[in-house]
Design a protein around this ligand. Structure first.
Ligand code: ADP
Length: 331
């Protein structure tokens, strides 16, 4: 599909180049032929003063023949020039067309992959709900406890679907900038994020230690709470019970750095370049379904950080833990 689009675009570019080239060649031919004709007329007029009538006619015929030969040469040169423009322009147009279409092609490939990954992730809980209900409906002696267990299991799957669709919406929404940026206290957003995860931390007996200072940030406070909640949530998910997660902050030049450090399992160097990609989960995370998640958290975190004009740094060591350091411009 892209090949034919590139060819079509090439033809358009080439048509424009050729139209300009032919127009200038035509103009050049007319101007040059006019100049040649004027020179010849001038010469003939001049020599007519010295030559007799017979010689004058011969000379005039000779110069007119030379003139038409010169015109022919000029025409041939211009045709050759246009053939060269056609060949060179064709190659350049194709190269330009490919360059023009490349980002569009990449965006389309990524969108298609996103849609395929999303449908794949949506299918798993839907299939589970369908299978469980089909089995239940074929069982005439279904007991009340079994029915309640089935409903519970269905609700769990529905909760997963809700989390997934919320994540997908979060990634799809937004136009790449903050609608109404405001002054935000880093301390407030960090502590709101900690509050959100307090229960999950408690369940794993993990201590969330907030050592961060207050700095002024500019942005959307709800998104920033979500951003820090993603890192804290991951820190809890990928740490063993009874460990701790420490949140610190510091100012570096014009940036505020907020650091979420865990003593969890760490991330392999080979996984590091991919963890911010949508739906990417390390093999460890895939095998341990207990950790939950769809591999969307860090992609959302990256998106929020980028629209705030910041970036994320990761330091990690296998078996020792990870630090996610968010660099955000201060207000
Ligand atoms: P999810 O947590 O839903 O799998 P994320 O996008 O939040 O998705 O994270 C992508 C992957 O990065 C996770 O599957 C996990 O393997 C790895 N990861 C993220 N945070 C940590 C962390 N603090 N410690 C170890 N691994 C992590």
């Amino acid at each position: 599909m892209f090949h034919s689009a590139a060819l079509r675009l090439t033809l358009w570019y080439l048509a424009i180049i050729m139209a300009v080239s032919l127009m200038f060649s035509g103009l050049l031919f007319r101007v040059s032929a006019g100049d040649l004709q004027r020179n010849v007329n001038h010469e003939i007029g001049y020599f007519n003063n010295f030559l007799g009538p017979g010689d004058s006619d011969n000379y005039s015929r000779l110069r007119q023949r030379q003139l038409s030969e010169d015109r022919g040469h000029l025409k041939a040169n211009l045709v050759l020039f246009n053939v060269l423009v056609l060949v060179g322009g064709g190659v350049a147009s194709y190269w330009l067309a490919r360059r023009t279409l490349e980002p569009i092609e990449q965006a389309l490939i990524s969108q298609t992959r996103f849609a395929a990954d999303a449908s794949h992730e949506l299918r798993t809980p839907l299939t589970a709900i369908q299978t469980e209900n089909e089995v239940a409906i074929r069982n005439p002696g279904l007991k009340k406890e079994e029915a309640i267990a089935l409903i519970k299991s269905n609700l769990e799957e529905v909760a997963k679907l809700k989390t997934l669709s919320e994540g997908l919406l979060r990634l799809a929404n937004g136009n790449g900038r903050i609608e109404d940026p405001r002054d935000v206290s880093s301390k407030t957003v960090v502590s709101l994020a900690i509050d959100r995860l307090a229960k999950a931390a408690e369940q794993k007996n993990i201590r969330l230690i907030d050592k961060s200072d207050d700095h002024r940030l500019k942005g959307d406070s709800e998104s920033l709470v979500e951003l820090f909640a993603i890192f804290i949530d991951n820190a809890i998910k990928y740490s063993s019970a009874k460990s701790s997660v420490i949140i610190t902050s510091r100012k570096q030049h014009r940036d505020v750095l907020i650091d979420i450090t865990d003593k969890g399992r760490g991330i392999k160097q080979t996984d590091l370049p991919m963890i911010f990609e949508r739906f990417y989960r390390t093999d460890d995370s895939r095998s341990k379904q207990t950790a939950g998640g769809y591999g969307l958290g860090l992609a959302i975190a990256k998106k929020i950080t980028t629209v705030h004009g910041g970036h994320i740094e990761v330091k990690t060591a296998i078996g020792k833990g990870s630090s996610f350091i968010v660099h955000l411009p201060s207000a």
